[in-house]
Design a protein around this ligand. Sequence first.
Ligand code: COA
Length: 166
Amino acid sequence: MPDRRIRTLTVEDYPHVTAVVDEWWGGRPVRSLLPRLFFEHFNPTSFAVGKASELQAFLIGFVSQSNQSVAYIHFVGVNPSARALGLGRKLYEHFFQVVQALGCTEVRCITSPVNTGSIEFHRRMGFALLPGSGEIDGFPVTLNHSGEGQHRVQFQKTLEPCRPGA
Ligand SMILES: CC(C)(COP(=O)(O)OP(=O)(O)OC[C@H]1O[C@@H](n2cnc3c(N)ncnc32)[C@H](O)[C@@H]1OP(=O)(O)O)[C@@H](O)C(=O)NCCC(=O)NCCS
């Protein structure tokens, strides 16, 4: 039985994650979106499940430096052999707790409109799809969000404010 406890993502995970992400994303070339700095400077809000060499899942997130009440999830990935077991949900719920304790009241993230699995996952996690400047396959998208032709669905979820001692 693999170890499914959540631990901190560290720089030791960097080569292992970059070796598998394109495959985990169904062959989409996403590796360049995960430079080493995410594994060095975002440890308090980034998590993994499984040993680095037998990675089950990871999440890279942070508190926005522009608005400290907003947290942002940059990447979440679950090993195809460990999907539909609740690991994505477990990582998100852990992230929500951590950033709530840091004073965040909102979580944001984006995904590509072709990634319908990600859109459904985020809906199940309680995210709303924000209105955009266009629509693709029925989903609201912000056109050219991440560059020319790089349209993105934007998600938002409100967190309850964390009450001290609650
Ligand atoms: C999206 C992803 C992270 C989901 O991880 P997972 O561990 O399989 O998801 P979970 O088992 O925790 O599912 C959580 C909920 O989302 C739903 N869900 C997850 N993936 C889904 C999919 N492809 N289609 C429909 N619903 C989905 C589950 O049914 C579940 O609902 P419930 O808890 O209300 O019953 C995983 O499929 C993945 O790594 N995909 C490739 C990478 C990617 O696209 N990442 C997101 C963009 S950065």
